[in-house]
Design a binder for this molecule. Structure first.
Ligand code: ADP
Length: 384
């Protein structure tokens, strides 16, 4: 089951989003990423070239999501968002973007931006994103996003962006670098989605407020210049918030409580073994509470026997260390194929860049058409 946000949460049934639209915890366990099926030998860039260019007609069915290039992906990214990227690509109208413009709001190291963008492309491809089924591109290769962001920003009251929870949080955590782009981040994010008329946005729960703001911005523009943009809806997996190794806060690179799914085995093992479990279970002989133990919760995604594992915790048949070791083994083995594929892609940097360029090229006509309509409506072009 996935969840749509349209003011209130409601389940979207499978029929509404088409076959294989999402992976539930159960289907994820049984199927795994099935990389071999998704990545045949054909050159990746060729596959991106064969993918039909999306139509310029506004649609609520098109899928779009963006991810910041900031280091190795973690389990929260995967369970909360990436596995929906992969599931939703089956419907044949999905666009995924590595948002390097957005990364500039927090990183001013050109080499890191470039390297992390490339590495994120490798990670997504290795995890099963297929350029034959979806478009993958780098945000800065389609600079029209920034122009649309500017045009949209003219209908956005400053108070709307100032009240964004993520802005307030970043301002608090990083007072030395509260730059202008950080404030207008949600407007660029709205442009990223709206320039391709996407209606469905697979993201984790932390993005819910941004999506609500995106809808508000597009509604304001439509009110001022006439109906044009569709209002996008968030699409959640059945685990839209994955807690980090501290067991308290959402897993996030900025918090540093992550399990990096494509890291080497020793790193994954170390990160899993550092997880905080049920803090009330002090002694090995005491019963634990799997409902609140994050290690037990994560076992739901890596085996059909999680109820047996939970029972072991409840009855003190097993200790927290056993449960963590088993989780580390399972995460390592679940992503083994993806890790191998990532190593392979690391040796083909030109192919990876070619996928990104081909994706951006495919989107050029659609981005141009959106800007043409927007210019026309806003009085920037001579009346046709
Ligand atoms: P981070 O917060 O670690 O910097 P990103 O902002 O790059 O991660 O997130 C990329 C995608 O992963 C977004 O759709 C985001 O909502 C999702 N995501 C990130 N962390 C989590 C989490 N802990 N649980 C669920 N989804 C998450």
């Amino acid at each position: 089951m996935i969840w749509a946000e349209d003011g209130k949460s409601r389940p979207i049934c499978r029929d509404e989003v088409g076959n294989h639209a999402v992976q539930t915890a159960a289907s994820f366990r049984l199927m795994g990423p099935r990389l071999a099926d998704r990545l045949p030998d054909m050159a990746m860039a060729e596959k991106q070239n064969e993918y039909a260019a999306p139509s310029a007609h506004p649609t609520s069915e098109r899928v779009f999501s963006g991810v910041q290039p900031s280091g190795l992906p973690h389990l929260g990214n995967y369970l909360g968002a990436f596995r929906n990227y992969i599931a939703l690509q089956e419907r044949g109208d999905a666009i995924y973007c590595i948002v390097d413009y957005h990364a500039l709001t927090s990183t001013h190291d050109p080499e890191a931006i470039r390297r992390n963008t490339h590495d994120m492309a490798i990670a997504l491809l290795a995890l099963g994103l297929d350029p034959g089924r979806a478009i993958l591109f780098r945000q800065s290769d389609r600079p029209e996003h920034t122009e649309l962001a500017y045009l949209l920003s003219t209908v956005v009251p400053i108070a709307w962006v100032e009240r964004t929870p993520s802005f307030k949080e970043k301002k608090r955590n990083r007072p030395e670098d509260v730059n202008h782009a950080l404030l207008t981040y949600p407007v660029l994010q709205t442009a990223d989605i709206a320039i391709y008329h996407a209606g469905r946005v697979p993201v984790g729960r932390d993005q819910q407020a941004h999506l609500e703001l995106a809808r508000e911005i597009l509604r304001a523009w439509n009110r001022t210049y006439g109906e044009y943009f569709v209002e996008p809806e968030a699409v959640f997996t059945d685990s839209p918030v994955i807690l980090g190794t501290d067991g308290v806060r959402a897993m996030s690179k900025s918090v540093g409580n992550v399990i990096e799914i494509l890291a080497d085995e020793a790193t994954i093992r170390k990160q899993v073994m550092s997880m905080v479990t049920d803090t009330q279970r002090i002694l090995r002989t005491q019963p634990g509470r799997p409902e609140i133990c994050n290690v037990c919760q994560l076992h739901r995604f890596f085996g059909d026997d999680y109820e047996y594992i939970w029972d072991g915790e409840r009855t003190a048949r097993t200790g927290c260390v056993d449960t963590k070791k088993l989780l580390a083994d399972r995460i390592i083995s679940h992503f083994a194929e993806a890790r191998e594929r990532a190593r392979e892609l690391e040796s083909k940097p030109d192919d990876v860049e070619e996928v990104l360029h081909a994706g951006a090229d495919k989107l050029a006509p659609l981005a141009a058409e959106t800007l043409r309509v927007v210019h026309d409506r806003m009085g920037l072009a001579r009346k046709e």
